[in-house]
Ligand binder design. Sequence first.
Ligand SMILES: O=C1O[C@H](COP(=O)(O)O)[C@@H](O)[C@H](O)[C@H]1O
Length: 240
Amino acid sequence: MQLHIQKDATAVSHDLAEWITQAIETTLQTNERFTWVVTGGNSPKLLYELLSAAPYKDRVDWKKMHIFWGDERAVPFSDSRNNARMTFEQLLNRVPVIKEQVHVMKTDIAPDASAANYEQILHQYFPEEGATFDLVLNGMGDDGHTLSLFPHTAVIHETKAWVTSFYLAPQEMYRITLTAPIVNRAHKVAFLTFGSNKAHALQEVLKGARNVDQYPSQIIQPASGELHWFVDEAAAAGLQ
Ligand SMILES: O=C1O[C@H](COP(=O)(O)O)[C@@H](O)[C@H](O)[C@H]1O
């Protein structure tokens, strides 16, 4: 695991924008496409804005980019809580990405049908044993959740399905999410986390005893890929 600590959220976002751009440039020197799982929430907003403008925008060959989501709130695209909507607003509407290569988790059909549809898309993309995403970008909530793997939910322990849906009672909302079996196959996984409210969970995830039910981010451990955490000093306060 590689830990990248920067002064504040702005510095972290710049650091990660450069790192992602370099990862894309390097991969596209030898590969025809770059498959990227983006994350929702508030944390990536500045990162996406940075990537949507010079110099990063012009360094990325957007026509070779294939975009996926790690999780979705089953609310309409018009709802401000919709993860895909935020990503379009902050990034995808501003770059020359190819529409057919952008794969939202549908929220205009039943959540279980949406998960099945996404699973099918992923198996079409990655038919070969072991093939998977070039990069999965994750956030982490102050409760230690990542993707829609919330504390004490059964989905944390999913071993077969790559995508699943479930009702998240405290939020009175269905969630659709990638699971550990597919995310842990990625070539690179990067977490983006900042702020003092994340310090406790970050300390437990990285330094605490294994307790994936309480801190689901612990379950994300790429089998042979790289794991990176991009954090600010406030979030990293408990790591020294
Ligand atoms: O619910 C979610 O939360 C996490 C973390 O969000 P943040 O606002 O604390 O950055 C996010 O990664 C996930 O995509 C989202 O659905």
